[in-house]
Design a protein around this ligand. Sequence first.
Ligand SMILES: Cc1cc2nc3c(=O)[nH]c(=O)nc-3n(C[C@H](O)[C@H](O)[C@H](O)COP(=O)(O)OP(=O)(O)OC[C@H]3O[C@@H](n4cnc5c(N)ncnc54)[C@H](O)[C@@H]3O)c2cc1C
Length: 482
Amino acid sequence: MTQSDTFLAAAADLLGPRGLTRDADLLAPWLTDWRGRFTGKALALASPANTGEVARLVKLCAKHDVPIVPQGGNSGMSGGATPDGTGEALLLSLRRMDAIRDFDADARQVTCEAGVILQSLHKKAEEHRLRFPLTLGGKGSATIGGLVSTNAGGTQVLRHGTMRAQVLGLEAVLADGSVLDTLTPLKKDNRGFDLKQLLIGSEGTLGIVTAATLRLLPESGDRRVIWAGLDSLQMARKLLLHCERLAGDSLEGFEVVPAHSLAAVLDHLPDARAPLVGKHSWNALIELVAPADEAEALGGTTEELLESAMKQDLLGDAVVAANETQAEAFWQLRDSIAPAERAIGPAMQHDISVPVARMADFVEAASPMVEKRFPGTRAIAFGHLGDGNVHFHVLAPAGAARGEWEKSEGKAISAYVHDLVTEWGGSISAEHGIGQVKRDELGRLGGPVALAVMRSVKQALDPRGLLNPGKLVPLAKDRATP
Ligand SMILES: Cc1cc2nc3c(=O)[nH]c(=O)nc-3n(C[C@H](O)[C@H](O)[C@H](O)COP(=O)(O)OP(=O)(O)OC[C@H]3O[C@@H](n4cnc5c(N)ncnc54)[C@H](O)[C@@H]3O)c2cc1C
């Protein structure tokens, strides 16, 4: 019996037939990332049923020196949940752990296991006339464990913050199999480091998230979803400031969609229609919400906001969704940009942020520079202008072969974009994390002190480098020599 046979036999004993498989057909869908950029191999797919099983499995992995790649819905954008090509790592899926352990409507808190899908949490909250204030295009697949581990953002960050702001407590299994339990939320707790914050955004490299206690908000009494046509991104920035001034706390989302992305979505979704008749270089998708007791006033605020924006030439044209179905249809246009762009052809995607006030200048300066430096490409920016975060995609020249183009040009393009972002004082990863796609770039461009601290933390919590090796932390060597 080889070392891995011994491990697999013990893991099968521990997890039972539902909890462990080596069936190639069952494994295949989970070995390639959502964007189709990375495909790996795994020793087996483990699907534990509860935290106790995760803890015992991690202990077993530590005993046999088996690396672990944690995985939720596999909707991540950075290849963080895809194992490498050696086939040595165990793919640890949390999807089976999808129970809502506790729902406290009075305290407005929910404790979910890691495998709960975001959309299911939204539904559960709605049943109690509450809401979970974070949403994103991958909500049908993304799990709470994945959202926590990537510190996901989405389209409501402007008002409610990223996942960091939603997590009140966390349960995680550490590299030695011990369970860190900070699930019970305390409003005030100054017992030293905030360990849950250390785990949030650590992409499975410091621990395996098994459950989280999350904050909920009262349901919105009403919302207004506006689609506005604009001449430029500068105009969008001015409109954003105008909305912030007039709508204050009611402003929940402010997304920008260039004409190219809207056209791509309309091609991709056969039943979709453009919200405005005329064509505009840019579009803004704006959402205003109000609690039940202020719902009536929201209509007036929206009208006033649009009228004054028109008078000040801050928008070309605008339409307010007439009902919920139309509001959802507007959001579907925004949420479908990623799959629509993916269907067009190869592209290098960059999830970047710069200070909000500089974003329009950045996009206007960087786009022609990239297109000149890499002839035939087209730079497209869309997304969360209100957060100073856009997805800056560089589309391949017409006819470029998928796979080959990225291999030959991709690295140089991304390095060029990341250098520009760094010069502008921004971040090479705003919300998608580092994973394997940006690990070397973080090593190249990250501040030496920040990198040294990250390496020390990794060394302290996972000295043998068994948790998600090759991801996030730019180490010279992932696995310390025993
Ligand atoms: C159409 C579309 C739109 C999207 N829009 C947005 C957006 O607006 N904003 C945004 O932030 N993201 C967005 N995403 C990306 C994605 O949905 C998020 O990154 C999400 O958090 C990933 O969750 P997941 O469960 O699929 O995690 P996975 O993809 O399975 O894993 C992501 C990372 O987390 C680790 N991980 C997963 N579960 C655990 C766990 N339980 N414990 C420890 N580590 C774990 C993995 O190892 C990996 O490193 C979008 C994705 C799609 C497909």
